[in-house]
Design a protein. Structure first.
Length: 195
């Protein structure tokens, strides 16, 4: 799935084949809808605006359980349905981040089947800037799940900008824990005036 948006002035920055104009630098960003990826998306738009580059928003997806489990499933969902669902998630993330006006820079949004790290590295060329969120990773997640940011830093042929999570992510996680434990939440604790 590919969506192209017009930036300020109405130019999409794409040629007749839907690919970015030759010679134009791109800022490639991984999008997943998490707070960390939305922070990376906003930073990528800033970098694209600052350098006059096009924005390429990439959402990588895999079938539930991974490709191997999908092939062995008795009654798997059609891949086209999964791809369309990924496309909807990408458009929802862009809508959540920028509203109906879009990022106000020339951009393309693409959905790529595959693991996130390799998909982002393959999407970025030598002259591009790859922007990824680092996310909040505790010791358990670090041990069980590979880091997309580390993969991109180690394997990309272009500069990689790893965006740390917002300090508000910790506050949000604390509120979610309190809600999950059915503890009272006082909204005054979240305001800057009470700190």
């Amino acid at each position: 799935m590919r969506a192209t948006g017009a930036g300020v002035g109405g130019a999409s920055g794409a040629g007749d084949d839907g690919r970015p104009d030759a010679g134009r630098r791109r800022v490639v960003v991984g999008v997943g809808g998490s707070p960390g990826s939305l922070a990376a998306l906003h930073r990528a738009v800033y970098e694209a605006r600052r350098s006059g580059a096009d924005l390429l928003a990439v959402l990588a997806w895999e079938p539930p359980g991974g490709t191997y489990a999908y092939r062995r499933a008795v009654c798997p969902l059609p891949l086209e349905d999964l791809r369309q669902d990924a496309g909807r998630r990408l458009l929802d993330a862009l809508g959540s981040a920028f509203g109906p006006d879009g990022p106000e820079v020339p951009f393309q949004a693409v959905v790529v089947q595959g693991a996130t790290g390799p998909a982002l590295v393959e999407s970025a060329g030598e002259d591009d800037l790859l922007v990824v969120g680092t996310g909040g990773r505790g010791p358990l997640r670090r041990a069980l799940l590979p880091s997309v940011a580390r993969y991109c830093v180690a394997h990309a042929d272009c500069p990689v900008l790893a965006v740390p999570p917002s300090p508000l992510v910790g506050d949000l996680a604390a509120v979610q824990r309190r809600i999950g434990l059915h503890l009272p939440v006082d909204a005054r604790e979240l305001t800057a005036d009470s700190r």
